[in-house]
Design a protein around this ligand. Structure first.
Ligand code: BG6
Length: 370
């Protein structure tokens, strides 16, 4: 079943270009007009939505955090992202104009299910983003947009994450279309960018795997890792940290690079590995220089720095001990490529430690208790 791969995780990482491409398939035409009829919520209702709340757990919640940056930017309505188990028990503000987006690979996560039931009881509409046909979460939601990542077997989620971001982006663009928040050309431009991502993901896998494995070999005895990123790189840093916890059992902390000086930098000592997601450098991106200075800060305190950066980003070379390169792409698309080295790195670390990468201790693929 593993089709020649060492592990399901390995296989599933290699399926990521397809996961994104298949999730896009048939959902818009060449003029850039999205067609989400399958979702079966009236355009009129979509037009009335004035707030989105994403509920999810684990990796799915990080996909939601990425989507928040994009959807707020495109649609100009507030997007909140909340862990499903926190949401349910705090009396959240829900109205008939709130769209609750429940993201779940398995469609069976009890925390997410309980949260969506609560949202529906309060009169909000729930749209599921789910990878498993006919599972409980889509069945109990008002509507569903399926991710077409194919079955995900490894406990640590990989291809579902990129497919979830893709699906959430489609929902954002659809909302922009029905609300008239963007011109057709802009939407078409973004769809073109999305369509270009599978090849870019493939390129990361093809060109970076050896460097990543060499870095994992070198870091095998590290006791802890810090991950930092900014903007959409922030949830990617959290996801990278989660992967390493889940399968390599390493203490990790993911945080927003801007927070460094407000606390986490106290953890940095000689040799501490710090993984930094570097935003695109082009267009004199202010965030780029801020993240580069974060690398300088930790390096000055002895950190061993691993950067994920865009091809052609010469500034990074001077500051990072190791660089995992990704192809150039717009900032909002970058999580789809930046997460790949994070996943490969965690997998290599776990394998080198002789661990079962597909079935980490204490974890289940879907948690069906609250
Ligand atoms: C956890 C899984 O228990 O549930 C994670 O181990 C996953 O990999 C999380 O991200 C959420 O699962 P789902 O199926 O709701 O996306």
């Amino acid at each position: 079943e593993k089709g020649g791969w060492d592990s399901f995780m390995d296989k599933e990482i290699h399926e990521e270009p397809h996961a994104v491409a298949d999730t896009l398939l048939g959902r818009f035409d060449l003029e850039g007009r999205l067609n989400l009829d399958e979702v079966r919520i009236d355009e009129e209702i979509f037009r009335s939505i004035d707030k989105i709340i994403v509920i999810a757990c684990g990796t799915a919640a990080y996909a939601g955090m990425v989507a928040k940056y994009a959807i707020e930017h495109w649609v100009r309505i507030p997007v909140e992202v909340e862990l499903a188990h926190e949401f349910r028990y705090r009396d959240p503000i829900l109205t008939s104009r709130t769209l609750v987006v429940a993201i779940s690979q398995s469609g069976e996560t009890m925390d997410t299910l309980m949260a969506l039931r609560h949202a529906r009881e309060q009169g909000s509409r729930v749209l599921a983003i789910c990878n498993t046909q006919g599972s409980t979460i889509p069945r109990e939601s008002d509507a569903v947009l399926y991710t077409h990542a194919g079955p995900e077997i490894a406990v640590a989620s990989t291809k579902a994450f990129v497919a979830q971001i893709t699906a959430a982006y489609l929902i954002g663009l659809y909302l922009a279309q029905v609300k008239g928040a963007m011109y057709r050309d802009e939407i078409r431009g973004i769809l073109d960018e999305l369509r270009a991502m599978p090849d870019k993901i493939q390129r990361v896998i093809d060109t970076q795997s050896q460097t990543i494995e060499a870095a994992a070999t070198k870091m095998i005895n590290a006791q802890s890792f810090l991950f930092l990123g900014r903007h959409v790189g922030y949830p990617v840093a959290m996801e990278g940290a989660l992967k390493l916890k889940e399968i390599a059992y390493t203490f990790t902390e993911g945080f927003a690079a801007g927070e460094l000086k407000h606390g986490p930098i106290a953890l940095v000592d000689e040799g501490e590995p710090v993984v930094v997601i570097v935003p695109p450098a082009r267009g004199r991106n202010i965030l780029h220089s801020k993240v580069i200075s974060a690398i300088e800060e930790v390096r000055a305190r002895g950190a061993y720095t691993i950067a994920v950066a865009e091809e052609g980003d010469d500034d990074v070379r001077d500051y990072a001990d190791v660089v995992f390169w990704r192809p150039q792409c717009p900032t909002l698309m970058s999580p789809l490529v930046d997460v790949i080295p994070m996943q490969l790195f965690a997998m290599d670390m776990a394998k080198l430690k002789g661990l079962d990468v597909d079935k980490p201790r204490n974890l289940a693929k879907s948690v069906t208790v609250e």
